[in-house]
Design a protein around this ligand. Structure first.
Ligand SMILES: Nc1ncnc2c1ncn2[C@@H]1O[C@H](COP(=O)(O)OP(=O)(O)OP(=O)(O)O)[C@@H](O)[C@H]1O
Length: 404
């Protein structure tokens, strides 16, 4: 049976608030404080990072964005001391780690880089088992952890455990990279352009998965990206940096979009801020329309009668596990004694974590005025219409009204 529970989250602009509440509920992450940290590379005229002071809260996703060369990566790599600060202190969970053993520190801080950064000569399982190996976990515990993590990042352990990275797609490699970083259950995850090397659709899916994982784990996550839309989607807060890692603005995505602190931020956000506000709301924040559903194999005329009674001109055909197959026009159902299982390859579907901006893109690409929303294991949850999405761009017409 498809899940038919209506979403309970409030509407416009609630996405970031929800994320923070979630993190508070089950936070395992710890706070990080960069106290007046400077990095001066030898031979450079100016410090790459000039006296940054940055508090990262336990359990939040903080995204560092800014122009190329402004010091994002240097700032992030100083947290796990892949780069040593020239001066200042780094305090993790109240403890000054500026002088602790860097190996110990790196085991407490997961690190994810572009394309996963996997060792090509090691299997997926061996890559994920790297840190547990360093920590001398026994074989059974390590094997169980590897399987648990592959499952968490959406890779079937039996299928993928013994493959080599070259036998995986870019998105799958990136998932393994995330699994590896989470292996020893570190309270902090650092991610350097984690989704930069994959195509836009895979990127969107990986972002959704990261948010799902974070909902479950409540880590402290610091992400470096060039992509402001990605920052808006993922960040509980965004730090916009300028040259020398000067923090120009540090705030929630909503606040930055509504009140950019300087012309620099306005320029960086770019045009179309109204459109970008669509990235603040997830499709699961809208009241999903249920429509009429029909199961493969059921009587066409029966389904048509139900749809007509509900005033629907289409039914959504679902398979035995509640996954959508296609929209089917009611008029064409009358002639079908039993409903066929044909899959429409072009059926526009989205995960419930997707943003309204992605929903609009999907509808435009498919030339349809609605998109189906799916939940766990791709089960049908309902759909949203283009009218619902458009109403979010005009504050006076909340989507709840448009939907009724
Ligand atoms: N190892 C190094 N030696 C000397 N200078 C460096 C080194 N690494 C980085 N820099 C310089 O420090 C500055 C900040 O670099 P960093 O990589 O932190 O920036 P970034 O914001 O992450 O850039 P991008 O978005 O292009 O990756 C740049 O001017 C860069 O040229």
């Amino acid at each position: 049976m498809p899940e038919t529970t209506a979403p309970t989250a409030p509407g416009v602009g609630a996405a970031a608030g929800d994320r923070r509440e979630t993190a508070d509920a089950g936070t395992t992450g710890v706070s990080i404080h960069l106290e007046n940290v400077t990095k001066q590379y030898p031979g450079q005229a100016r410090p790459a990072v000039d006296n940054i002071d940055l508090e990262i809260r336990a359990g939040e996703i903080l995204v560092l964005v800014g122009p190329s060369g402004c010091g994002k990566t240097t700032t992030m790599k100083m947290i796990n001391r892949l780069i040593e600060p020239s001066s200042g202190r780094i305090v993790v969970d109240g403890e000054d780690v500026t002088r602790t053993d860097p190996d110990w520190l790196r085991r407490r801080i997961g690190y994810v880089i572009q394309a996963g950064g996997l060792f090509p000569h090691m299997t997926v399982g061996a890559n994920v088992a790297l840190v547990p190996g360093l920590l001398k976990w026994d074989k059974a515990r390590t094997a169980a952890r590897v399987d648990e993590l592959l499952d968490l990042v959406g890779l079937d352990p039996d299928t993928y455990r013994d493959r080599y990275p070259r036998e995986l797609s870019g998105g799958q490699q990136q998932r393994v990279g995330v699994a590896r970083a989470l292996a020893a259950d570190p309270p902090v995850l650092l991610m350097d352009e984690p989704f930069g090397a994959v195509d836009p659709i895979t990127r969107q899916r990986l972002q959704d998965e990261l948010l799902n994982i974070q909902e479950e784990l409540g880590k402290t996550i610091v992400i470096v990206t060039h992509d402001f839309d990605e920052a808006v989607k993922l960040g509980d807060r965004i730090a916009i940096l300028d040259v020398g890692a000067r923090v120009v603005q540090l705030d929630t995505p909503e606040e930055i979009l509504a009140n950019p602190a300087e012309d620099f931020v306005t320029d960086f956000i770019g045009k179309g801020a109204a459109l970008k506000t669509l990235s603040l709301t997830r499709v699961s924040d809208l009241p999903l329309q249920q429509g009429t559903t029909a199961k493969i194999g059921e009587s066409g005329p029966d389904a048509a009668a139900r749809a007509r009674a509900a005033g629907d001109r289409h039914v959504v055909v679902l398979d035995g596990r509640g996954r959508p197959r296609r929209w089917h026009p009611v008029d064409e159902l009358e002639a079908e004694t039993t409903i066929a299982g044909t899959l429409d390859d072009m059926l526009p579907t989205l995960a419930r974590r997707s943003t309204l901006s992605e929903a609009l893109d999907t509808m435009l690409t498919a030339s349809q005025n609605g998109v189906i929303v799916t939940g766990r294991r791709d089960a049908y949850l309902g759909f949203v219409t283009v009218d619902q999405v458009m109403s979010h761009m005009t504050p006076d017409a909340p989507a709840q009204e448009a939907a009724s």
